[in-house]
Structure formats: C-alpha cells, structure tokens
Design a protein around this ligand. Structure first.
Ligand code: CO
Length: 134
C-alpha cells in the first residue's frame, strides 16, 4: 500500500543553523522557510536525489513539536512520510487493522498542498508516520 518515502522530518532548535549546515557542510539543495500556521511549524525542505528532508521548527506557542524539542533539545528525527495513492482508502484499511489515526481522522492539507494524515507512533514501532496522497 505505501509507496515512495516522501520525506524524513527532523525537528531542529535553530532552523537557520540547520539549513546552513545542510547547504554549506552537506552540500544539499535547501529551499526557503515556509510558515505553516495550521500545523504550528516553520518548515524548510531539502531536496535530495531520491527523497526530501523536512526541517521543522516550532511556530507559535502551542506548536505540536515544542514538547518534542523540550525532550530532544539538540533536535531529532520527528516523523517519516510515505506516499499513498488514495489517502482515504489507506486510512480505512489502517483503522480496520486497529491503527490509530491522530486528530479528527480526516486528512489535512500538508506542506506540499496535498492531503496528509498522521498515525500513532505506538502503533508503528515507535515511529510517527505521516501519509501523503501522492
Ligand atoms: Co512531514
């Protein structure tokens, strides 16, 4: 059911420093910061030949990644995103298998303007999974 790895998201305490490290030290193609107020994050996408890295930084006081950074002050891998062809069919199949979909269970518009859902990390070997309709 899942397809390509769309991105790996890394929460970072200093977005500018992380972007500069990927650009200057690792030699990657680094995009501009984008504020995503609906998700409480500012993101920078780094384009690699086979996937993307999403740098995440809290936006606003109740950002969902602020607690993660409190526990991981140097930053860390926050989630991985897999592509699916049909996000509602994927959700229904996973829910029928007992997996918990976070939030209302309805897809939201993600950072690429496409529908996304998040799955409970305790149901997937401790990994927060984002599904994005490709
Ligand atoms: Co993501």
């Amino acid at each position: 059911m899942i397809g390509r790895l769309n991105h790996v998201a890394i929460a970072v305490p200093d977005l500018g420093a992380a972007a500069a490290q990927y650009r200057d030290t690792l030699g990657a193609v680094v995009g501009p910061p984008q504020d995503e107020p609906d998700h409480g994050v500012t993101v920078i996408f780094i384009t690699l030949p086979n996937t993307k890295i999403e740098l995440l930084h809290p936006l606003g006081a109740d950002s969902p990644i602020r607690g993660f950074l409190d526990k991981n002050p140097s930053g860390g891998i926050h989630h991985i995103c897999y592509e699916v062809d049909d996000i509602l069919a994927a959700r229904d199949r996973l829910a029928a298998a007992g997996a918990r979909v976070l939030g209302s269970g309805e897809p939201r518009t993600g950072a690429h303007g496409k529908p996304v859902l998040f799955l409970h990390p305790k149901d997937f070997t401790g990994t927060l999974i984002e599904l994005e309709q490709a």
